[in-house]
Every structure is written in C-alpha cells, then in structure tokens.
Design a protein around this ligand. Structure first.
Ligand SMILES: [Zn+2]
Length: 312
C-alpha cells in the first residue's frame, strides 16, 4: 500500500536493534521468505503515520458520516474490549474508561488508532482518542465487522497509554505484537483478521504461514514497514500464543498486562519483553510455578531464552 506519512512519529527512530540491546539479535541465518501470496493488507496497522496525508485533508474538509450498522458493530467491539481490559485491572488511569471516538471511514483501506493529542494536531475528529475503521483492501468489506481488527486497534490504545512504545523497529514490532496478543486473548483462535480477509492476515501460532518470522534467527531487517513491524511481531506473537495454549488466554493476558505495568519501559524490545513476562509470571504465580515454566518454554521455542541467558 502506498501511503504518505502524515507527520513524523513522536518517538524518533529507535532503529531496528535499539542501543539498549547490549546483545544484538543474531544475524538471520535464513532470510524470512518473501510472501508473494500475502495480500498488502497484511501490513494493516493503524499507526498514525500510516494515515495518508490526502485522507487527513479529506477528513478535515468532509468528516466521515456515521456509518449505521458499521458504526454499531465497531462500537460494540470497542465496548467489549473495554470490558475485557477492565477485567484485567486496566481502567481510566490508562484511558480505558475515557471516551473514544470511532470513525467509519470508507476512504481508508486500513484501520488505525490515533491518540487524542495526535488527532488534535492533525485537525481530525474531536480531539479525543480516535479509532478510524476503514475497509479491507482485499475484499472491500468494512473492518467494523472484523472484531480482531477493532480489538487490535483498541489494544494499541492501551499499549500507548501504558508504555508509549515507539512505532518503529523492535519497539514497533512489540507494539504490533501486544495489539495482536490482546486481540487474540479476546478470541478463541490465533488467526488475526480472518473475518475481513479470507484466510486471515496473520497467524500467531504459525507466523510462517504468512511469511512472518517465528524465530529470532529469521528476524527481518528491512527499512520498509517501519522496520518490518508487521513481520517481526511474528516472533513475540508465537511466544504469546504458546503461553496461551499452555495456560489459557486469561492467564496469558494477565501476565502481559503485569509485564507492561511493572517490568517494561517505552524502550522495551523483544528480549526485554520476554524478561518482563518471566518476571511477571514469577510475581504472580511463584518462582517454581508451572506458569513460569510455560512462559520460559514459549520464549525458548522462538529462540529468545538463549539470548536472555547469554545476557546474564
Ligand atoms: Zn497495529
């Protein structure tokens, strides 16, 4: 998808391997396979910078109309997501209980979340946090009817408010992965986006199905897609799915919320996130718990545990 950045991201460019990673991720042994069959929508993201400038201009001049059944479907999915996060102890301190505007925007071939401050700067919406729900470029269907997509975008809101992770490189991949992780925690499968795109857009348990890496040795180095944020999220996605398979989705989601609240920072990359989830599982379930064992196994399966051990 050809898009123009509306404005530069807030957090500068942390690069693909940020400086705080004292042990860089290993050079990929096998390059991640190109995915000629993957539709362009697999890069659906929703970062503010992916809203084309042209569309921002059009939205200022001619705000999207309220979209009837699309509006109702998206708002229902948003309300469900709010309830889900409330159940995990995330509330108004992180914006969860504050109002959010949902804009149905058929001129947008994507979906996105824009924090209130950014929306104000762009001159769109009412200055509240804004979710823009467009159409699937694969099918032309509104993303409003795809709960995975709405939940993914809503989860960006929570991640933004708790961590302010960057949108590029490894932090960007973590932002995307956490959005997928919570969307899947509200679901009963590990595929993202199958309601709007035949077959789906991403598979958390089997990222390779869409050409995304499922192991750190396949880490994609690219300047496209903000450093491959919608590819490299495959690595932590697979770890999260394995944790969910072992412990159930509620425990998995709680571990990630605890990790974000207590052990992650705005600079956390993939390895830091692994460490944070291990600490969170130990806090909540105990140092010799089977829960901690399951988290260890999951990060081992994607090659991250070895990196953590070497860092010790
Ligand atoms: Zn996203």
């Amino acid at each position: 998808m050809q898009v123009t950045a509306a404005f530069a991201p807030r957090n500068g460019n942390p690069g693909i391997v940020p400086p705080h990673l004292t042990t860089p991720l290993p050079e990929p042994v096998v390059a991640a396979p190109a995915a000629p069959s993957a539709p362009p929508v697999s890069t659906f993201s929703g970062r503010v910078v992916l809203v084309p400038a042209r569309l921002v201009r059009e939205m200022r001049e001619r705000p999207a109309a309220r979209g009837g059944s699309e509006q109702a479907a998206a708002e229902q999915a948003v309300r469900g997501a709010q309830e889900f996060f409330r159940g995990l102890g995330v509330s108004d301190r992180h914006g969860n209980d504050n109002e959010i505007d949902v804009m149905i925007e058929p001129r947008f071939s994507n979906a996105g979340f824009i924090a209130g401050d950014d929306a104000r700067k762009m001159g769109v919406g009412n200055g509240r946090d804004l979710m823009i729900v467009g159409n699937s470029p694969a099918t032309g269907e509104s993303f409003a009817f795809d709960k995975d997509v709405v939940r993914h975008e809503y989860s960006h809101r929570i991640v933004d408010s708790m961590l302010d992770l960057g949108h590029e490189g490894e932090q960007g991949a973590m932002h995307e992965s956490l959005a997928d992780t919570f969307a899947a925690a509200m679901d009963d499968d590990w595929t993202i986006g199958e309601a709007s795109t035949p077959g789906g857009m991403r598979d958390m348990l089997n990222p390779e199905r869409f050409g995304d890496p499922g192991h750190v040795r396949e880490f994609v180095r690219t300047s496209k897609d903000k450093g491959g944020v919608h590819s490299n999220n495959g690595i932590p996605n697979k770890a999260a799915a394995l944790i969910g398979e072992q412990l159930g989705r509620p425990a998995m989601a709680q571990i990630y919320i605890d990790a974000m609240a207590n052990h992650m920072t705005s600079r956390s990359g993939i390895v830091d996130t692994a460490k944070a989830t291990l600490l969170a599982a130990a806090d909540r379930f105990g140092k010799s718990s089977q829960e901690l064992g399951a988290v260890q196994q999951a990060w081992d399966a994607v090659g991250v545990l070895d990196i953590l051990k070497r860092k010790r």
